[in-house]
Write a protein of this length. Structure first.
Length: 618
């Protein structure tokens, strides 16, 4: 009985090693492929490193695949392996190739571009980028492993080629020493215990990342996916097959919303249009901390041109404006759609205001320095610009667009000067600046930097923090020069110009050692003030003021009213003189029917005014 129990135990322990033993080649080559891909996409820069737990998660992943293969019938298992080899090697080659050529692994934008590429464009791409040099680069590592795998498979197939002849059976017996039954039992026990223990350890170590991956791939909106990727415990998609799966998943989410908008194209209603404003100009900024604007009382001259125009009565600064989100993609969907926070449905269920303007007869120009498809595009840019870059939607919204990005925002000025000949008598012109997006140091030419760390009396900040603070303020000063140049292009026309950034930005405010944006679920007063409060101003040219004294009076009356930028489209429709059922005057800041009591809900959950009043009451 005891021996029988021992045999059962040996068999049970042997089961843990059986998946690897039965699929040894699969396990070996897939583990090697994962290892190569992990290190092939590590950037060549200081402190760059691979995902720390790659070895543990890779072992667990490949081991689980072997378990699944071991329970399949032999014939099915053979074909499943072949299919997986094609997917794994194909994804690896594409991923490492993209990293080598574009300094980026597979992204949703790359998959989008692939889907929009025809045969001729694909051939041109391959002829441009495929060269013998890739064999000697990182992609060559994957190709070398593939070659070894193919050679080994051919050799193994010939060695194990089945034959029923007596001669084959007689002379092709396994060579070399054979394990005794007792040694075989010991090996099964040892290897079984080792596999069970190591697999359990790997799962325990990497389970949080697997949970994060599950969350990432469970959302119904691409914006929620982007928000998930802002969390500290975000998923690490450490393998090409995971990055490929995520890219396909993200494109599926965006295509759903694009399809919804396209379906509504024929239902965009415009009853009539009086063309109230000949030229409406929108300047969308990026990551603008209102408390760092000289226009709003900052002690450094970051906006001297805007301040001068405000003193001359040319610019009208609004004092109580907030953004609905602190993520560009969410804000842009709210800015472009006539949807407002609290409405039923989603933003994609409502008309996009450029589409309304174009259908009304306005010539619509969109000049962006951020939302153009490029291989090395981050998820937040992909999420924010997918509906603007869809060919059908872009054609429905815009008559004129730029087709390339510039390193600095002054490139948009050149784009406008090149394309302004396409303007008509009635124009909606949208500038989307890069502003202070992400890397402040690269948002202002070195020759135009004025502020230095020594200019700040902030003893609680260290040297590197003071440097980043100076870079940020320099980017604001440069931004001031760009928006002033845009205004100059419309001074002699009948034009009204709006400046509105997507959201704010924390920049060591109140000596808090934090920069950028905090994506915690709870919004406190500090976050609300610095990440959601934004500068917002209106410029009206002399001829516009003369032609529209009513608008001048309305702007003056509205300067201190509470406003959230999700309702901006309704004010624009009013200024365009467009009559549509989608317009709601209670959301138009310039209307006498404007609802000042409307709640300004941040991030779909927090009442801005309640949070700020709570701070004031303390």
């Amino acid at each position: 009985m005891r021996k029988r129990k021992e045999n059962i135990l040996v068999r049970l322990l042997g089961l843990f090693f059986h998946p690897i033993r039965q699929n040894s080649a699969f396990f070996l080559f897939m583990f090697l492929l994962g290892t190569i891909c992990t290190f092939a996409v590590v950037p060549d820069r200081p402190k760059a490193h691979a995902y720390p737990l790659w070895w543990a998660e890779l072992f667990a992943d490949v081991y689980l695949l072997c378990v699944l293969l071991s329970i399949l019938p032999k014939v099915v298992r053979k074909w499943v392996k072949r299919i997986f080899y094609v997917i794994a090697y194909g994804a690896a080659i594409a991923d490492v190739f993209c990293f080598s050529k574009f300094d980026s692994t597979l992204t949703p934008t790359m998959m989008l571009l692939v889907g929009e590429t025809n045969g001729r464009e694909a051939a041109e791409f391959l002829s441009t980028f495929l060269s013998p040099s890739i064999i000697f680069g990182r992609t060559g590592w994957v190709l070398l492993l593939l070659l070894v795998h193919v050679v080994w498979s051919i050799f193994w197939w010939r060695k194990t080629k089945p034959s029923h002849s007596y001669r084959y059976r007689e002379y092709h017996r396994p060579a070399g020493p054979q394990l005794t039954p007792e040694a075989d039992r010991v090996m099964k026990v040892v290897m079984g215990l080792a596999c069970a223990a190591f697999f359990g350890y790997c799962v325990w170590q990497t389970w949080p990342n697997k949970q994060a991956m599950s969350r990432l791939m469970s959302y119904d909106r691409i914006g929620d996916v982007e928000h998930e990727l802002t969390k500290p415990d975000k998923a690490n998609l450490y393998l090409p097959v995971y990055r490929l799966a995520f890219s396909l998943y993200a494109n599926r989410l965006t295509s759903t919303q694009v399809d919804t908008i396209i379906e509504r194209e024929d239902h965009v209603d415009v009853d009539s249009c009086s063309f109230k404003s000949a030229n409406i100009v929108l300047i969308f900024g990026e990551s603008y901390n209102k408390s760092h604007a000289q226009l709003y009382g900052y002690d450094k001259p970051t906006t001297p041109r805007q301040l001068e125009r405000a003193k001359n009565g040319e610019i009208y600064p609004f004092t109580d404006v907030v953004a609905p989100w602190n993520l560009t993609s969410f804000v842009f969907k709210h800015l472009f759609s006539l949807y407002c926070v609290g409405d039923s449905g989603e933003w994609s269920d409502y008309p996009l205001f450029p589409e309304v303007f174009r259908k009304a007869g306005y010539h619509v120009t969109f000049l962006t320095n951020q939302f153009l498809p490029q291989a090395k595009e981050a998820v937040y840019d992909f999420s924010g610009g997918f509906f603007l870059n869809n060919p059908e939607l872009s054609k429905a919204m815009f008559d004129t667009r730029n087709d390339k990005l510039s390193y600095f925002d002054e490139g948009l000025l050149n784009d406008y000067d090149r394309l302004k000949g396409e303007n008509t008598d009635h124009n909606l012109i949208i500038f989307h600046l890069k502003g202070q997006h992400v890397d402040y140091r690269t948002r202002c030419p070195k020759s135009k930097m004025k502020f230095k760390p020594a200019d700040y009396d902030r003893p609680k900040l260290n040297a590197s923090e003071l440097q980043r603070l100076a870079w940020y303020d320099n980017s604001l000063l440069y931004n001031d020069s760009i928006v002033d140049q845009i205004i100059r292009r419309f001074e002699q026309q009948e034009a009204i110009v709006f400046y509105v950034p997507d959201h704010g930005e924390q920049v060591y405010d109140n000596d808090v050692h934090f920069i950028c944006r905090n994506h915690a679920s709870e919004i406190n007063a500090h976050m609300a003030r610095y990440e959601y409060e934004i500068p917002f101003w209106v410029y009206m040219s002399p001829s516009y003021k003369e032609a529209h004294p009513d608008v001048v009076w309305q702007v003056e009356q509205a300067q201190h009213k509470p406003f959230m930028t999700d309702a901006l489209a309704h004010m624009l429709v009013y200024l365009g003189g467009i009559h549509t059922k989608s317009y709601r005057r209670e959301l138009n800041l310039l209307s006498i029917k404007y609802d000042e009591a409307r709640k300004r809900i941040l991030k779909d959950k927090t009442d801005y005014d309640v949070v700020i009043k709570g701070e004031m009451g303390k």
